[in-house]
Design a protein around this ligand. Structure first.
Ligand SMILES: Cc1cc2nc3c(=O)[nH]c(=O)nc-3n(C[C@H](O)[C@H](O)[C@H](O)COP(=O)(O)OP(=O)(O)OC[C@H]3O[C@@H](n4cnc5c(N)ncnc54)[C@H](O)[C@@H]3O)c2cc1C
Ligand code: SF4
Length: 349
């Protein structure tokens, strides 16, 4: 009888991998370190998702239910993998809760960590209560409380969204583009305008990367239908005067300094490598790529291959990814695992 496949992380990628395996009768052990499944969209309380406009609690909640109802998936929440030894087809796994398992292969779906904005102190997060992150605004919307200034719960009349916070920033060692935050920010801007029609929303950007088909639905629609204003700028600092926040910088189109007051400033935070990655790499004996995400050993010939045969990776563990791409990778990697197990496992070409 075949042994289960180990899946590490119960976000969109891990949920997709577990569902794929279960749908063809293969068992899996899904190890999630938090107390519930769903990954960032559920744990961080995202609101309506890009690009479907479905609420995260419904869309990803549905994926969680499908896995929770599947007897072939053994879910272990509040646990991590502490040791992983053996060969493809026959690995021994130990978990932090003391459980031991034999598995045939492992799929790492441990995702990313949100950039912590305190690492960009000149932009006011952690100093001024009304400087918040996109995840906080998502939570304000998904909780039903609405977008309010945290200091006194007033409705903001002017909101600035600063893009690329913790991304494309060599000064703080984060050179990558986090891929989804331009689109998410345009979406949030429209949601604010919808809830608070008198509120002026400005997006400060270096470049706009509402990639692919998102250009029309988010970038143009947010301007033409929702009157969101875009300023191409280099931001110097966020300070305060009374209850107003002051965003200072340079308008890089007209090459002039600009200083504009706001009630709320939103950091469009990027996707960092999972803080657990050094530990995950040591436990599983796999390589990380230079920026700290899990390394992909073969982009074309072997889906999700890492540097160790029998250990695979999917989703935002490999770098900034959207939810739909993470889900696609979860499904595809489950298929790659089964293909390799039928043939010599870990085949990389
Ligand atoms: C503000 C913001 C808004 C976004 N909105 C959208 C959107 O609208 N649409 C979209 O397509 N994308 C969006 N994204 C991107 C989206 O969050 C990712 O694409 C998605 O979460 C990736 O799924 P994943 O399963 O790979 O990783 P994650 O969602 O990060 O899930 C990883 C899981 O692994 C668990 N884990 C981590 N380490 C361990 C460990 N050591 N052991 C066990 N478990 C572990 C975590 O607790 C988590 O449950 C947004 C991103 C940000 C920052
Ligand atoms: S998607 Fe947009 S906000 Fe996010 S890092 Fe890339 S350019 Fe910056």
């Amino acid at each position: 009888m075949s042994k289960p496949i180990l899946i590490v992380g119960g976000g969109p990628a891990g949920l997709a991998a577990a569902h794929s395996l279960g749908s063809i009768g293969r068992s899996s052990i899904l190890v999630e370190k938090e107390d519930r499944l769903g990954g960032a969209p559920i744990l961080s309380g995202y609101a309506k998702l890009v690009p479907t406009d479905e609420w995260a609690k419904d869309a990803i909640g549905g994926m969680v239910k499908r896995v929770a109802d599947d007897n072939s998936v053994q879910v272990q929440t509040g646990a991590t993998v502490t040791s992983f030894d053996g060969q493809p087809g026959n690995f021994n796994v130990e978990l932090s809760n003391g459980d031991k398992h034999e598995v045939e292969a492992a799929i790492i779906c441990s995702g990313f960590t949100h950039f912590d904005s305190v690492n960009k102190p000149e932009w006011g997060f952690g100093t001024y209560p009304n400087v918040v992150t996109t995840t906080q605004v998502e939570q304000m919307i998904s909780s039903g409380d609405g977008v309010r200034c945290p200091s006194d719960k007033r409705k903001p009349k002017r909101v600035a969204i600063l893009l690329c916070v913790g991304s494309r920033d060599r000064q703080i060692g984060r050179e990558w583009c986090s891929k989804i935050c331009c689109t998410v920010s345009s979406n949030i801007a429209m949601e604010i305008r919808e809830e608070l029609p008198d509120c002026h929303v400005y997006i400060y950007y270096m470049d706009i990367r509402t990639f692919g088909l998102y250009e029309t639905k988010y970038y143009w629609r947010s301007q033409e239908e929702f009157k969101v204003k875009y300023i191409k700028a280099r931001i110097a600092e966020v300070t305060a005067e009374g209850e107003k926040l002051i965003v200072k910088g340079e308008d890089t189109l007209v090459k002039r300094p600009i200083t504009i007051p706001f009630d709320m400033v939103v950091h469009a935070i990027g996707m960092d490598p999972n803080v657990d990655n050094p530990e995950i790499a040591a436990t599983f004996g796999i390589d990380l790529e230079e920026q700290g995400f899990v390394g992909v050993a073969n982009r074309y010939g072997a889906m999700g291959a890492t540097s160790r045969p029998g250990v695979y990776v999917a989703g935002a563990a490999t770098g900034p990814e959207t939810i739909d791409d993470s889900i696609a990778q979860g499904h595809a990697t489950a298929m790659a695992v089964l293909t390799d197990l039928k043939q010599p496992v870990g085949k990389t070409a």
